[in-house]
Design a protein around this ligand. Sequence first.
Ligand code: SAH
Ligand code: SF4
Ligand code: F3S
Length: 441
Amino acid sequence: MTAPKKLFVKTYGCQMNVYDSERMVEALGESGYVETDTPEGADMILLNTCHIREKAAEKVYSELGRLKALKLDNPDLKIGVAGCVAQAEGREIMRRQPAVDLVVGPQSYHRLAELEARAQTGKKAIDTDFPEEDKFEKLKSRPKAKRAPAAFLTVQEGCDKFCAFCVVPYTRGAEVSRPVDRILQEARELVERGVREITLLGQNVNAYHGTGHDDTEWSLARLIWALDKVDGLERIRFTTSHPNDMTDDLIEAHGTCSKLMPYLHLPVQAGSDKILKRMNRSHTRESYMRLIERIREARPDILLSGDFIVGFPEETEEDFEATLDLIRTVRFGQAYSFKYSTRPGTPAAERDQLPEDIKTERLHRLQNLLAQQQKSIQDEMVGKTVNVLLEREGRFAGQMVGKSEYLHAVHVNTETAKVGDICQVRITQSNRNSLNGDLIS
Ligand code: SAH
Ligand code: SF4
Ligand code: F3S
């Protein structure tokens, strides 16, 4: 038998890329590859890329510049680019970096093995189609090996919303939902492999409208209720949601479905109606605030998370203050925030841009406020009892690390509990980005 070939995958961007990388490793397993955690010595390197901001895309080119040196030691090394930069810049990548052998867009991963075989013959291989067939249907079913207790499962892809700043509708294509049966089957297989928590993924996950076995369209809430009945699955999460797709049944599920965790990522981007309109967000500050109220009525202890963009074209100091004010009113336990980055081909890229120093200054102020909120919400956990799903061993002996239902990282002192256990923990201390606690049961 020949030794297995080594595959190194580096993942950038969102959780959907994390999930896709896992599936690509599995798919290339069929071609004789095993995953390795260093690029040195690999036979194939795959960068699964993100195009969301300019910096994210440029990182890929600088990484490729570094990696190409490895071809001097190993002339058989193949370098591939997958993900959203591959989709957006396709042939341009091969032109800018001739060391690249293979380019594959996010909708073509089921063709990866063929592309790899082509690259092995010394030819360039590229596929950035939006094929009719569903890549997940065509990908080989997943292996049975034991795995970590928390997993991602993509249920929906693409976006039809066309926010004025965003590349996703172009890189990931139109909104598509996977059929219910396939998702339930994959969830059961994950549970058999030791998974206890599944995070359902989609660029617009709450716009999910997959076909059920009764041939009707199911909402995300209905899918969650079906997953609720999967024995051995203990926790369900979903991300990322759009405010306009927070349907009544989904809000209600937060109050009634015990496996659905009290954490919701609901990006708002900005707090001024003028900017929201210019962003083509199709929701207002008021409609967002009302939504938050209703979600908190359903589940008072829910931890809210959001995304924010500062320095969008035409954002005045007053508009920016409106974003800070919205943050003060909502109180976010977690958040991601970015300076607006012009993306070629999107409507906002054509507009007059704000100076960089204003963007930088606003981002600082916004992040200071978010950090304060995050810390004070985390501090409020001290003395409370939470349930922690243990994901791995900690840095010190007798310590495990896991996630609470609110997605806080918790260090637990225990000699007996093991990975995959869900245990009751009393929080004793709030650190910078995590909590400490003692085992109760
Ligand atoms: N589908 C999700 C998020 C997709 S992208 C949603 O609608 O919320 C993740 C985040 O990146 C966005 O929420 C936004 O805050 C940020 N983002 C997207 N395009 C950006 C750009 N051009 N500049 C800066 N941030 C951007
Ligand atoms: Fe991008 Fe807007 Fe679609 Fe989210 S909803 S992926 S921000 S276009
Ligand atoms: Fe980035 Fe593509 Fe995800 S652009 S955020 S990897 S959908």
